[in-house]
Design a protein around this ligand. Structure first.
Ligand SMILES: Nc1ncnc2c1ncn2[C@@H]1O[C@H](COP(=O)(O)OP(=O)(O)O)[C@@H](O)[C@H]1O
Ligand SMILES: N[C@@H](CCOP(=O)(O)O)C(=O)O
Length: 320
């Protein structure tokens, strides 16, 4: 259960009025989610998701919400945040920062097939093209500096083969991060956490449409193929072994490249960036496992899964 802040109907109505919307007809807490309090809100004008931010400060939110607004304005299936009369996207509710975004229809797909990953690959490529004129900048806060610090902590929790894998991979990624070839790759504002639970599909089985992608709160400036690597590592992985599923990976990449063909250097470095993406989520899951935050009520996700993904990516690199 992830409702940390109780929102009353009167509080919701006051916010809706400030955003030019009628009173709520239904206000339903969302049980899933870890970081924030979410409610589904119905009004005469439509369906919304009200998020009360439990960890991010108001000053941190404009980058994420403006990115969502930018992508939605460019025709991407991303929920548009509702502005107030002065155009502000960050609101206040119960003394905490809050946002109201469009509610997407549909449900997440736990076991995506070729159809799902192709839809996602196409949307991911369109997102990467659409940020060309996004004016705001924020580094990926889970980038090299964070990785070095998280890697130091994690060394203390590991022994034997996992410790050796981590040590070697941190060194490999540091060398990669300093390489001019990496710095020259196309880059921009990327989602950086587009896992299966951050996308919804709607429609009859076998004919679903991707209704949208959400949860941009790890977004930041990074290489587009890093974002692609994050997606490959979740949507195209055999969950038992951690190996990349070739059919799904090919389908995703083909759909991506139909919109945004990869440069030769991007194709060459994709295997190394898959390793970077696997390492990033191995480290964050290790951290959640060994240093759980007070607010995190749900069971931490399994770090060993991303250790397996990383080991496969190192031992059997997948080339597009
Ligand atoms: N725009 C949206 N449309 C429909 N459902 C949404 C939307 N945003 C969030 N949700 C629902 O709320 C849940 C929690 O959202 P999420 O952003 O993942 O929360 P958290 O950051 O707290 O983990 C999601 O699993 C999804 O069911
Ligand atoms: N996708 C990450 C966890 C990020 O947290 P989220 O629930 O806010 O998306 C992982 O699987 O480790």
């Amino acid at each position: 259960m992830a409702v940390y802040t109780q929102v009353s109907p009167d509080q919701a109505d006051a916010l809706l009025a400030r955003l030019g919307l009628g009173p709520q007809q239904a206000l339903v807490p969302v049980a899933s989610g870890i970081e924030n309090t979410n409610y589904f809100v119905s009004t005469a004008e439509g369906e919304w998701v009200l998020t009360v931010f439990e960890r991010l400060a108001a000053e941190q939110l404009p980058y994420y919400l403006r990115l969502m607004a930018h992508l939605a304005a460019h025709g991407l299936p991303v929920p548009a945040p509702r502005p107030d009369a002065s155009g502000g996207l960050v609101h206040t509710l119960a003394g905490k920062p809050a946002a109201l975004v469009e509610r997407l229809p549909g449900a997440p797909v736990d076991a995506p097939d070729i159809h799902h990953v192709a839809l996602l690959g196409s949307v991911l490529a369109r997102m990467h093209l659409a940020v060309a004129d996004f004016a705001m900048h924020q580094p990926n806060l889970r980038g090299p500096a964070w990785r070095a610090e998280a890697g130091q902590h994690a060394q203390a929790w590991l022994q034997g083969a996992p410790a050796e894998l981590l040590r070697a991979e941190l060194a490999f990624q540091q060398t990669l991060a300093d390489a001019p070839a990496l710095a020259a790759l196309p880059q921009g504002a990327v989602h950086a956490d587009l896992f299966r639970d951050n996308a919804l599909f709607d429609g009859a089985p076998g004919q679903e449409q991707l209704s949208g992608v959400f949860d941009f709160y790890f977004a930041g400036h990074d290489h587009f193929i890093y974002d692609l690597a994050v997606v490959l590592n979740d949507w195209c992985i055999d969950l038992d072994s951690g190996a990349l599923d070739d059919a799904r990976a090919q389908a995703l990449l083909q759909a991506y490249q139909a919109v945004r063909p990869l440069q030769g250097a991007e194709q060459r470095l994709l295997p190394a960036l898959r390793r970077a993406a696997a390492l990033r989520f191995w480290l964050s899951r290790l951290d959640d496992w060994h240093r759980p935050r007070d607010a995190q009520l749900l069971t931490p996700k399994d770090p060993a899964h991303f250790e397996r993904v990383l080991r496969h990516a190192v031992d059997q690199p997948w080339h597009p």
